[in-house]
Design a protein around this ligand. Structure first.
Ligand code: ADP
Ligand code: MG
Length: 421
């Protein structure tokens, strides 16, 4: 466990070092041009006026040195990455792990947030509602085989069935299992081929099944190629899911989507409960990728970005492709956490609004620092060249401005502790 945490920290640290924001890169490039230019100007200031007989050599050399001290770009070069770092640490105090300052910049531009359903917007803790045996199969036979097959799966639906129907392991001899993401599980138990999953899972095995009208998630079960009944399970939205979606819609008028592998009726019912704009159900993992790709292309046309929020192994391709992938750190699978750019440690969807707010605040502070430093330096550079500002003023324009910019960046910490409650 500890080693795992250390590894996560190391990955985070490495990405932090590599993934620089465009603002940081801009400041670096800016410093590369700015520094030789001001040095050349200082040399000219020391030589040209005395050569033209405009005063003593010593006066102009002194002014050139003052000019050089003022022009030091420390305030910019230090305060910009420091502000982003402040933003990252503010986020982590709120239980949000941001794996690089560039993602804070992306969060600023997010115009679409697409959510996975199970485990992301809902608790991922299914409860069994109904057992519907069919074709003369007894209820115990149906639930027994279903539970034995689901023993092989880690899906939240599987866990609920295992919990609801405890079985004696020794009665069920499992010889072969195969799980298909977005479908369900297949297993050979006591020589019987068991398929447990959604409509698609059974249709893929050419098994005829009845249409059940329910807003529950249905696990259809087939034994040796014959439909044997269904178990319905239901999950409820997380406490803050509705509020999280409302905040996104209202707050920067962000469009919200719910993409799920669960059936269309369940998707619609949960979508209505949570108040989400757009719902797409019955999706395979690659269809989720296709929808997010389409949303991304549309958003990029309008200078926006797409965030995808998910928790499962089946969400990893989308998490990796979205402009910013957000994973649930508690419920989420290791693969999802690794593929994501931002991890919400306590699984609360409302933390997305917090992350966006921190990203906006960070950007504001970065620009305050850039404008403040450039203005003060501009004024003092002219004053220095004209001989109005001496060495003391120069020191203020350099160290003083740097310190003020750092203090400004530290305000992000305070905003973090305020938002924690
Ligand atoms: P989501 O996109 O909501 O996270 P998944 O892609 O994990 O959902 O699963 C999609 C659907 O596939 C589930 O709603 C369920 O119907 C079916 N399914 C997946 N795994 C299993 C399983 N082990 N047992 C039964 N059904 C499953
Ligand atoms: Mg999920």
């Amino acid at each position: 466990m500890k080693i795992q945490r250390l590894r996560e920290f190391w990955i985070w640290f490495k990405t932090l070092a590599v993934k620089k924001t465009t603002t940081e890169r801009f400041i670096k490039r800016f410093a590369k041009i700015y520094t030789p230019v001001v040095v050349a100007l200082a040399v000219m200031l020391a030589i040209i006026p005395p050569l033209l007989g405009l005063g003593e050599w010593l006066t102009w050399i002194n002014r050139a040195l003052v000019f050089l001290v003022i022009s030091c770009p420390c305030a910019l070069v230090i305060s910009v990455p420091l502000s982003f770092f402040g933003g990252i640490s503010a986020a982590s105090r709120n239980g949000i792990l941001v794996k690089g300052s560039n993602f804070l910049e992306v969060l600023n531009q997010v115009s679409v947030v697409a959510f996975d359903k199970t485990g992301t917007l809902t608790k991922g803790q299914f409860e069994v509602n109904q057992v519907l045996p069919a074709g003369g199969v007894s209820e115990t036979k149906l639930t027994g085989y279903a539970a034995a097959a689901e023993q092989q799966s880690t899906h939240p639906i599987a866990q609920s069935i295992i919990r609801a129907f405890p079985i004696a392991q020794t009665d069920y001899h499992v010889t072969r299992t195969a799980e298909t993401a977005g479908h369900g599980i297949e297993a050979v138990i006591n020589g019987v081929t068991v398929v447990a999953g959604n409509e698609k899972a059974l249709l893929a095995n050419k098994i005829k099944l009845p249409q059940l009208t329910t807003s529950d998630t249905v696990v259809y079960v087939a034994l040796d190629g014959e439909y044997a009944g269904a178990i319905t399970v239901a999950d409820c939205p997380k406490a803050d899911a509705r509020q999280a979606v409302a905040a996104l819609n209202k707050h920067g008028s962000i469009e919200t989507w719910m993409l799920t592998g669960d059936s269309e009726p369940v998707a619609k019912a949960i979508g209505a409960e949570i108040g989400i704009d757009n719902v797409a159900g019955g999706l395979m993992p690659e269809q989720k990728v296709a929808i997010v790709d389409r949303l991304t292309a549309e958003a990029h046309n309008k200078a926006g970005k797409v965030a995808f929020v998910g928790d499962g192994i089946n969400d990893t391709p989308v998490l990796a492709r979205a402009d910013v992938g957000i994973a649930m750190g508690g419920l989420g699978s290791d693969a999802a956490i690794e593929a994501a750019d931002v991890v919400i440690m306590d699984d609360q969807p409302s933390k997305i609004t917090t992350a966006i707010a921190i990203a906006k605040h960070t950007k504001q502070i970065v620009w305050e620092n850039i404008i403040f430093a450039l203005t003060i330096k501009g004024i003092f550079l002219i004053a220095g060249a004209l001989g109005v500002a001496g060495m003391w003023e120069a020191v203020f324009a350099d160290v003083g401005v740097t310190l003020i910019a750092i203090l400004n960046a530290m305000r992000l910490q305070r905003s973090a502790s305020r938002k924690r409650h």
